[in-house]
Ligand binder design. Sequence first.
Ligand SMILES: O=C(CO)[C@@H](O)[C@H](O)COP(=O)(O)O
Ligand SMILES: [Fe+2]
Length: 214
Amino acid sequence: MIKIAPSILSADFANMGRAVEQVEEWGADYIHCDVMDGRFVPNITFGPQMIRELRKHTRLPLDVHLMIVEPERYIEEFAGAGADIITIHQEAAVHLHRTLMQIRDAGCKCGVVLNPATPVCMIEDVLDDVDMVLLMSVNPGFGGQKFIPRTLEKARSLRQMLAGRPVDIEIDGGVGEANAKAVIDAGVNVLVAGSAVFGSPDPRACIEALRCSR
Ligand SMILES: O=C(CO)[C@@H](O)[C@H](O)COP(=O)(O)O
Ligand SMILES: [Fe+2]
């Protein structure tokens, strides 16, 4: 099953409640929420309060991508605010396994994220302990960047490393109708798309096209 997770980084920040209602109406599977702290990445977005408010506007799973330093300090707050999936960067988590378990203990699905320059071998020892691996196909911090093709090889290697484990591979950055087939063929099953969906004249058709790109 291919899942589509529109990133609200490309939505109207002054109308976020309406934005997530629309994403649900358009037939998406998850709402991808990009949390940035101005330290791990050179941009600042929003925190747990936004997740709490969005929770009131949608029943779709909230897929919370934490681009923050010391993510262990905020896990319970995001879980309590209504996050369903919390992903943390390998590069930001000093005690990666502990923080993944902290996410599960807080009642959420857990995932680990890799920057474009981080090889998949860095997470070999936590593959039994995650629900999802998120491969960044751009350097994190901003929407609307160009897809880094090397990510496709990373996805193929990761799918092999997973050896049948029921772990989702999500990809994030520069994904659109032009590369969705290649991404899915490489073993990815959750596609994040921000500018492609929100910039489309027909977001519903865009989501369906992404899902059926196989
Ligand atoms: O995490 C990030 C950026 O750091 C993403 O989730 C972007 O929001 C994706 O945007 P597009 O590349 O699809 O426009
Ligand atoms: Fe993201």
